[in-house]
Write a protein that binds this ligand. Structure first.
Ligand code: PLP
Length: 261
């Protein structure tokens, strides 16, 4: 039996720590065949993003058709979408997929170093075009406010923001608490009649480059393998916790999570 097929639609990280490189490594480590549609390339290393270039629409559409029309997909993950026009292109492609293909959307906006990975005016388009197509949306605490349009002043506001995103059409929303302070990293999954927290001890390791990409890709991998969403999130949380604990120094800045832990 060939392995399940998972497609990432995302940007390249030349340093191999995040973006499609992290996605493909996470997919390999979690038992699926990974494929990629590049939306953008970045010149990037452990110190930050030195340059970013969006690919032409024609090239993005051609990559998607090549993969989907021949090989087929069992799950999709989206990452760096770069601009409002790219958001619209990717949404139009996702709408051509059969309705039962799960789509995990990581609404990537800035890197840990503060480099923009999405144009400032593009988050509204993510909310209107991409969120309704998301089986699972995985905002971190930096992305949750902009993607929902809710101002986050209290912890309860996170529940309100997740509700806005469910009302906007996401089937499930996973609010990632990794940017919180505290000894535990707690992610909260919201969905049909469900509010469930996933907690893990916070790893004392600053080499966390690629965490978000890895989590979303691993969720997609487990969905492709037939897990339901709460179980796929649980399995992915366990994998990413191990990958962060094993993250290693590379270059002079923040090193990558380790996919071979
Ligand atoms: N580069 C690309 C292409 C990404 O897609 C992402 C995150 O999604 C990043 C960099 C940022 O990674 P991190 O914030 O883990 O450093």
């Amino acid at each position: 039996m060939p392995p399940p097929r998972v497609l990432t639609i995302a940007g390249s990280d030349s340093g191999g720590g995040a973006g499609i490189q992290a996605d493909l490594k996470a997919m390999l480590a979690n038992g699926v065949h990974g494929m990629s549609v590049l939306t953008a390339i970045t010149a990037q290393n452990s110190l930050g993003v030195q340059g970013a270039w969006e690919l032409p629409e024609e090239q993005v559409r051609a990559q998607f058709r090549s993969v989907v029309d021949d090989i087929g997909v069992d799950a999709v993950k989206t990452g760096m979408l770069a601009s409002e026009s790219m958001v619209r292109v990717v949404a139009s492609l996702l709408r051509t997929l059969p309705g039962d293909v799960p789509v995990v959307v990581d609404p990537v906006s800035v890197s840990k170093h503060g480099d923009a990975l999405l144009a400032a005016d593009a988050m509204d388009a993510v909310r209107s075009e991409i969120v309704p197509l998301a089986t699972v949306l995985t905002p971190n605490l930096t992305e949750l406010g902009p993607v929902s349009g809710v101002e986050l002043e209290t912890v309860e506001d996170r529940d309100s923001a997740a509700k806005v995103l469910l009302d906007a059409g996401a089937t499930w929303v996973l609010v990632k608490g990794g940017h919180d302070v505290g000894t535990a990293a707690v992610d909260v999954l919201y969905g049909p009649g469900v509010r469930r927290a996933y907690s893990a001890a916070r790893a004392d390791n600053r080499h966390t480059h690629g965490t978000g990409c890895t989590l979303a890709s691993t969720i997609a991998a487990y969905l492709a393998r037939g897990y339901d969403v709460p179980d796929a999130v649980g399995a992915a949380k366990e994998y990413v916790t191990g990958a962060i604990a094993a993250g290693f120094a590379l270059g002079g800045g923040i090193g990558p999570v380790d996919h071979a832990w």
